[in-house]
Design a protein around this ligand. Structure first.
Ligand SMILES: Nc1ncnc2c1ncn2[C@@H]1O[C@H](COP(=O)(O)OP(=O)(O)O)[C@@H](O)[C@H]1O
Ligand SMILES: [Mg+2]
Length: 203
């Protein structure tokens, strides 16, 4: 599902030394696997994920994701994958269900299809009753579950999660791992996640 060779990313620093964020990373992830990329803050996890999701061009190396080249076939990679970034992806003033509907519309669903998909995802992620809640009024755990719902709106075959449980209390962390485990079991989706916690409970 993923094969990367010699990925490297250097950030040019103004007036200082260049930052080598990712240095010569090669990896291979078979379909259906769940892989956790572990490392302390600053290790280069987000940079690696951003290269694999086409958000950032590599300085060197190459990667194929879901059968397509991240540099030459970026839009095909994007339609095959889901990505939940490190920050919350929902807009602050939007209502929760509208966020998911807008996301589904971006991927080409009709208004009816988008609404049905949103209802399905609200059920999967225990978000029923929160459809009209503004995202800034949701708890940390609810927002992370909404982020996951948004990342899965187009039924991707590969899901990238950057620090999905960071900032959550232990109970919400366990709950989120349980949701991720369940999705993986139900869909057979390949999951690549990063965490600076030692042992994600999903693997
Ligand atoms: N846009 C950027 N410009 C300059 N340096 C960056 C940029 N993004 C990340 N870095 C640096 O790259 C290194 C790796 O960062 P990051 O990939 O965010 O690590 P992690 O996700 O493992 O915490 C850090 O030293 C960080 O400061
Ligand atoms: Mg990070």
């Amino acid at each position: 599902m993923i094969s990367a060779e010699g990925l490297r990313r250097v950030f040019a620093a103004r007036g200082g030394e260049d930052v080598i964020a990712v240095d010569d990373i090669s990896l291979s992830v078979p379909r259906g696997e769940t892989v956790a990329i572990l490392g302390p803050n600053g290790a280069g996890k987000s940079t690696l994920i951003r290269m694999l999701t086409t958000l950032l061009p590599p300085s060197a190396g190459s990667a194929r994701v879901a059968g397509c080249d991240v540099a030459g076939e970026a839009s095909r990679v994007r339609s095959a994958i889901g990505y939940v970034g490190q920050g919350n992806s929902a807009g602050h003033a939007q209502r929760a269900k509208d966020e998911v509907i807008s996301q589904a519309r971006i991927y080409g669903s009709s208004r009816d299809q988008a609404s049905r998909r949103a209802e399905e995802l609200f059920s999967t992620f225990d978000l029923q009753g929160l459809e009209q809640r503004r995202t800034r009024e949701m708890s940390g755990g609810q927002r992370r579950r909404l982020d996951l719902a948004m990342g899965l709106v187009h039924n991707p075959s590969l899901l990238f999660l950057d620090e999905p449980t960071t900032g959550l209390d232990p109970q919400n962390r366990t709950n989120l791992w349980e949701h991720i485990r369940q999705i993986r079991e139900d869909t057979g989706m390949t999951v690549v996640l990063t965490t600076h916690y030692e042992s994600p409970r999903v693997c």
